[in-house]
Design a protein around this ligand. Structure first.
Ligand code: ADP
Ligand code: MG
Length: 364
């Protein structure tokens, strides 16, 4: 259905796509994963000609997108695109957002477009919201409207660019649910996502993008369990770390929280996990017997979505979790409520607490 050969895209001196090849068959669900800045968005934008490729070919059902004689608007209509930010028209009602394109671009009658629009809204669970305005909806609802709007144009393929990255974690699953449903119905889709578990479970094939090409591709089980190439392996297994050192009880809590916050943001940690982490950091510091060379380390594993947190400090052994240490049962209770596997050990002259920060899997 889509055949891409030697696709390149350059912005000034910056070469983003460096000879990308791929084939996508009808009915496939392709998950595109990879580090940020590797051209995933640029690739999607080239596919529907929101960007003009520098060189190479893209064929849709055998028709070249870049051939000057091709009816590009018509070909582009076959492709829907859903963005991170929903781009709904805020001055139009939900139903009007869905009928505008079909009436203007597909020549549908208003009645026909409205009937189909209501059908699609019901399909994404928003049948009741037809007459609401986008501002009255949650982020997850807006994104579902954006998907319905895209479907209203009868696309043969839908391109999703990180459809859940801008959402509050509690709303991620409702959007993923809609996408999962489309996959079941056989819709051809290309989905750029950081949701690794979702990518693994929904896709028929995974593209790992790096260095401006599809660096490795394969069925999800293979790509996640046994990737062949080193870079894929390290991306899948990687653990992102943040270390923060403190040397006095007058440490800068705001700077610490800001750094932890940007770590969470950069690696797109779910909000509940981030809130848990920030309060656990504070409680763990309050338990410290001394502020000699305190080292906070957080490591987030992309593969299993686990966030390890540890805090260590130099000094004589003091088990902070035992009452005869520093009794702060409330602090410990607060930590236990937000973590699993809280453990103390003494090693190399350091008191070490380790734990896994909790995340409610129902929002993943
Ligand atoms: P990602 O894989 O995170 O989606 P992008 O495709 O957005 O990465 O971007 C890849 C690179 O191309 C980045 O370095 C980005 O700054 C650059 N880039 C993207 N769009 C443009 C543009 N319109 N002009 C200049 N540089 C761009
Ligand atoms: Mg992107």
């Amino acid at each position: 259905m889509i055949e891409v050969r030697k696709l390149t895209k350059q912005f000034g001196n910056l070469q983003v796509l460096k000879g990308l090849d791929c084939d996508i068959a009808k009915g496939e669900v392709i998950a595109i994963i990879g580090p940020s800045g590797t051209g995933k968005s640029v690739f999607l934008r080239c596919l529907n000609l929101l960007e003009t490729p520098t060189s190479g070919t893209i064929k849709i059902d055998g028709i070249s997108l870049l051939d000057p004689t091709t009816d590009v608007p018509k070909l582009r209509q076959r492709m829907g695109m859903v963005f991170q930010y929903f781009n709904l028209y805020s001055h139009l009602s939900v139903l009007e957002n869905l009928t505008l394109g079909p009436v203007k671009l597909l020549g549908r009658s208003l009645a026909e477009a409205q009937a189909r629009g209501r059908e699609l809204l019901a399909m994404v669970g928003l049948g009741e919201k037809a007459d609401n305005y986008p501002d009255q909806l949650s982020g997850g609802q807006k994104q579902r409207v954006a998907i319905a709007r895209c479907l209203a144009m009868d696309p043969q393929i839908i391109l999703f660019d990180e459809p859940t990255s801008a959402l509050d974690p509690t709303m991620v699953s409702e959007v993923l649910g809609v996408i999962r449903n489309l996959a079941k119905q056989g819709m051809t889709m290309v989905i750029v996502t950081h949701e690794m578990a979702f990518a693994e479970h929904i896709s028929s094939r995974v593209f790992f993008m790096d260095e401006g090409v599809v660096y490795e591709n394969g069925p999800p089980a293979e790509m996640f369990e046994n990737p062949k190439r080193e870079k894929t392996r390290s991306f899948i297994r990687r653990v992102r770390r943040l270390n923060f050192q403190i040397n006095s009880p007058e440490y800068d809590l705001y700077a610490l929280n800001a750094e932890v916050g940007s770590f969470c943001e950069k690696h797109i940690l779910p909000r509940d996990m981030r809130e848990n982490l920030i309060s656990v950091v504070e409680e763990v510091l309050a338990l410290q017997p001394s502020f000699a060379d305190v080292l906070l380390t957080m490591g987030y594993s992309e593969r299993d979505g686990e966030l390890e947190f540890s805090c260590s400090s130099a000094g004589a052994p003091v088990n902070m979790l035992e009452p005869e240490g520093q009794p702060d049962e409330i602090g410990e209770m607060l930590i236990r409520a937000r973590t699993d596997n809280l453990q103390y050990r003494y090693e190399d002259g350091r008191n070490i607490l380790t734990m896994q920060v909790k995340h409610d899997p129902s929002v993943a």
